[in-house]
Design a protein around this ligand. Sequence first.
Ligand code: AKB
Length: 339
Amino acid sequence: MRKPVVLITGASGEIGHGLIERLAGDPARPIITLDLNPLAPDIAKMVSREIQGSILDTNLLDRIVAEYEVDLVFHLAALLSTRSEFTPTAAHEVNVGGTLNMLEFAQKQGESHGRPVVFLYPSSIAVYGMPDLETKARAGEVKEDQYNHPITMYGCNKLYCEQLGHYYSRHYKQLAKEKLSGRVDFRCIRFPGLISAVTVPSGGTSDFAPEMIHAAARGEAYGCFVRPDTRIPFMAMPDGVDALLQLASAPRERLRRTAYNIGAFNPSAEEIRQVVVREFPGAQITWDVDPKRQGIVDSWPADVDDCAARKDFGFEPKYDYERAFSEYLIPTIKKRYGK
Ligand code: AKB
C-alpha cells in the first residue's frame, strides 16, 4: 500500500530548510522533496526521499503520482522578485507554469486516493503595488484586497497563482458536490520579508535585511541597496514556518479566504542597521541604493493587516522586533559563525 507522504518543492530554499526541520519530528508522515538543487547534508538526513528534478518535468510528476500517496503539498519552488526581473519569461515559466503543473499533480493525487490534497502556497507582499510613497505612508496596514497592482513579474505571478489555486479549489468543491473525486484544498499565505538565522536568501528584494545581519556577523562590510527610510513588513523564519503549519492543519470550514496576509514587525532599513550595529559593534553598513530594487520595495506596503489570519487559523507571531533579534537572530547567528 502507498503510504501518505508530504511533498515539498523548492525544499533546498530558505523556507524549505525550516519546514523540513519542523516536519521531520513526525515519523508518521515521511517527507519527500523535489528540487533542482541538492539539500544541505544535515537536512537531507531528515527526509525519506530527495528527488533532484524540476516542477516543469511533467513525466517526473506523473511518476511521483504513481509511486506515492501525497496528501499534503508545500509548493515552495519559485524564482524570487529581483531574479525574476532579470529573466521575466523564465520566471513566468517556473512561477506560473510550475504552479499549474503542481496543481494538476495535486488534482491527480486527490483523484487517485479519493481524499483532499491540502496544497500550501507561499505568496508574497509582492502582490501589492503602492502607487507612490505618499500613498504607502498613508495606507499603513494594507488589507488583502487592497492595492493588488504588482509592478514586478514575480508579484504578477504570485497574484495570478493565488487565483489559479482558488480556481482549482472551487473546481474541487464543484466536483465534490457532484460526488466526483477531484480534490485540491488550496491554502495560501502572503509572506512579508523573511529573516532566517541559518540561511541567507538569494534573488529576493527583501534580502537587504538578512544580508545586512549576516554580513555583520561574518565581519564583512555591507552596502545596503535601499534608502535608510525604506519600510516593509518582516518576520522571523520560525514564525513563517509556524504559520504555514497552522494553516495546513486548520479546519477547512474555518477558512474564509484563499490568501492570508501575515506580518510581525516593520522596521525601517535604518532601524535594522541600528540594531545590527548595537549587536555587532564595528559593523560597517553603508547606503548604496540600487534604483531598480528601491522602486520594487517602495511599491510594497509598509505594513499588512493580518486580522483574518489571526481569526481564521490562530496566527500569532512569537517574535516581535526586539525578541526576533535578542532571542532568535543574534544568538543563532553568533553560534553559526562561531562568534
Ligand atoms: C522577495 O524579496 O522576492 C521575497 C518576497 C518578499 O516575496 N522575499
